[in-house]
Ligand binder design. Structure first.
Ligand code: RB5
Length: 371
């Protein structure tokens, strides 16, 4: 059985003890942090990660620990499919399995001793769910979730140590179109159309934080209030040249956004990226900026592009890429933990020429038919 552990700083010491205890009993233990009791951290950052791992069946059960157990319970129970139970003693641990089919055990390190915690863990892991009597109640919880919680197609992906956020947009239309783009027999014309379409679809989740305001208008029938984007200060910045295809698709959906362009080359002497072209809207510091670059490979050039864009005053930046690899994501977030990244897929790795594998080849060449 695979068990994922997570704790904040308050639960760190107890987590370490429980981890050793479970390993001695030959459970397979995964640990998603935190890694120290000295640094104050936020329990949602660790609780969500662990709960999502259980919800997606990458672990069978989870144990979460914070000071009281209350925060971790609130967090874990927000994740669809999770039944997190805060247990204080042998009895609540037993009941949480028998009656509630708990899949995450939560404990409070400041209210439960280590000895009791070990007993709780043992009891919780060895008690069976009494499905015959209680399944009907658990099914009612699942039914509520199915009806009221929309199935999200934006999946968070964690990589590296910095806490920068990556979102994988797992929408069926995007997956389908991306599959066609990967095919080497897809023509330049079709490839270009698909880049436009996929980018236009990706901008939906990337803009879901935009604020709305109500204004009054008159329909042909009567006066009514409508929602309007408040501020509307958006900018799409293409990293030349492959970003151009993405910007074209996105601007069909947000046509009032201003456009910027940045081009970089690597100086052979210093090996540092130099921007040979950078033209951004004058008021870039007031705009929500979407940087577009189809391939996040090593992460080096787009990290430099974002550094240059920040130097021109941009404050709120997101990066949208079609494909990325874990090492590129980690490198990017290391430099820009404040920039959210949206990708359509995360591929396996880079080959020796820094091409994404399996990838789709050179996006620029395929867009412009230059090869
Ligand atoms: C951290 O001080 C504390 O608030 C946290 O560990 C937990 O008890 C929250 O519910």
């Amino acid at each position: 059985m695979k068990i994922i552990l997570a704790a904040d700083h308050a639960g760190f010491t107890m987590k370490e003890v429980i981890k050793k205890y479970l390993e001695e009993k030959e459970y397979e233990v995964l640990d998603c942090g935190t890694t120290s009791g000295d640094l104050s951290v936020d329990y949602p950052d660790f609780g969500f990660k662990a709960a999502e791992i259980v919800a997606s069946n990458k672990a069978d059960m989870g144990v979460l620990i914070c000071g009281t157990g209350i925060g971790m319970s609130m967090v874990a129970n927000k994740v669809q499919g999770i039944r997190a139970t805060l247990c204080h003693d042998h009895y609540t641990a037993e009941m949480s399995r028998k009656h509630n089919n708990s899949n995450i055990l939560v404990m409070g390190s400041r209210v439960t001793s280590i000895e009791i915690a070990k007993d709780i863990v043992d009891t919780w892991l060895t008690t069976e769910f009494e499905a015959k009597k209680h399944k009907i109640r658990i099914d009612k919880i699942a039914n509520y979730e199915n009806v009221h919680i929309s199935k999200t197609f934006v999946e968070p992906f964690t990589c590296g140590k910095t806490g920068g956020r990556t979102f994988v947009i797992n929408h069926p239309l995007i997956k389908h179109k991306l599959g066609i783009m990967r095919n080497k027999n897809t023509s330049s014309k079709d490839f270009r159309d698909l880049v436009h379409e996929v980018s236009a679809l990706m901008i939906y989740p990337a803009t879901c934080h935009l604020a709305l305001e109500e204004i009054e208008i008159e329909t042909p029938i009567e006066k009514t209030k409508i929602s309007n984007l408040s501020g509307k200060k958006l900018a799409v910045v293409s990293v030349l040249r492959a970003g151009l295809g993405m910007a074209e698709g996105i601007l069909k959906v947000i046509p009032n956004a201003k456009e910027g362009h940045i081009g970089l080359y690597r100086d052979h002497k210093t090996l540092k990226p130099v921007d040979y072209y950078c033209k951004l809207p004058n008021d870039i510091s007031e705009r929500d900026v979407f940087v577009v670059d189809p391939m996040l490979a090593t992460g080096g050039s787009v990290a430099s592009a974002v550094r240059h864009i920040k130097a021109k005053g941009a404050k709120k930046i997101s990066l949208i890429s079609l494909l990325a690899v874990p090492e590129g994501i980690a490198r990017f977030h290391e430099e820009h933990p404040d920039v959210d990244l949206y990708v359509a897929a995360i591929d396996s790795h880079l080959d020796k020429n820094a091409y994404i594998v399996p990838g789709l080849g050179d996006a620029g060449d395929r867009l412009f038919g230059t090869k």
